[in-house]
Ligand binder design. Structure first.
Ligand SMILES: CC(C)(COP(=O)(O)OP(=O)(O)OC[C@H]1O[C@@H](n2cnc3c(N)ncnc32)[C@H](O)[C@@H]1OP(=O)(O)O)[C@@H](O)C(=O)NCCC(=O)NCCS
Length: 151
């Protein structure tokens, strides 16, 4: 597995992964292109055999905080540590950009991802009942979770 930054030629593979990883409300191709091209964003792509198997992208929120905008691992590879590696790499990137806090929003019924973030030190600070447009497992809500990265 190679870990590197996004290149424009990765977009097709990421769109495919996105559809497979998010049965409800995947980012569309234009949205993904926009996010990856957002000024100040940073990302890590995991590539094997020319195919993107996982990605994570962060956007600055303010001077102190960056947001894990999206993270996804190919369903065939989930629960094998790739998400952990991607999250650690993006947190390292946040520290490198001098951010103190990592922030994210996760669907309040996405127990798998909530477990994942808790395991990595994230704490829910707010519940946002209508954060998403689409309903997932009967809810449109999200938890905002935060992790302190450094003093
Ligand atoms: C969330 C996600 C990125 C985690 O990546 P991953 O490679 O599967 O996770 P890892 O193997 O590194 O970490 C596993 C830990 O996360 C949690 N976890 C991951 N999948 C889980 C599941 N299906 N059920 C319960 N806990 C789960 C557990 O704490 C697990 O630790 P354990 O295996 O020791 O019990 C991945 O499952 C994914 O892409 N999900 C679909 C997209 C998504 O929901 N993204 C988050 C949007 S906010």
């Amino acid at each position: 597995m190679i870990f590197r930054q996004f290149e424009p030629g990765d977009l097709d593979s990421i769109v495919d992964l996105e559809k497979r990883a998010f049965p409800i409300g995947p980012y569309t191709r234009p949205m993904l292109r926009k996010i990856f091209n957002t000024r100040g964003s940073f990302n890590v792509i995991a590539v094997e055999g020319g195919k993107v198997m996982g990605y994570v992208i962060a956007l600055p929120l303010d001077d102190k905080s960056a947001d894990v905008e999206s993270i996804a691992v190919d369903p065939d590879l989930q629960r094998s540590g790739l998400g952990t590696t991607l999250l650690k790499l993006i947190e390292d990137g946040m520290r490198g950009h001098s951010f103190q806090y990592s922030v994210l929003e996760v669907r309040d019924r996405n127990d798998e991802a909530i477990n994942f973030y808790r395991k990595h030190g994230y704490v829910a600070i707010t519940h946002l009942p209508t954060y998403y447009t689409e309903v997932f497992r009967g809810s449109r809500g999200a938890f905002r979770m935060v992790k302190k990265l450094r003093d």
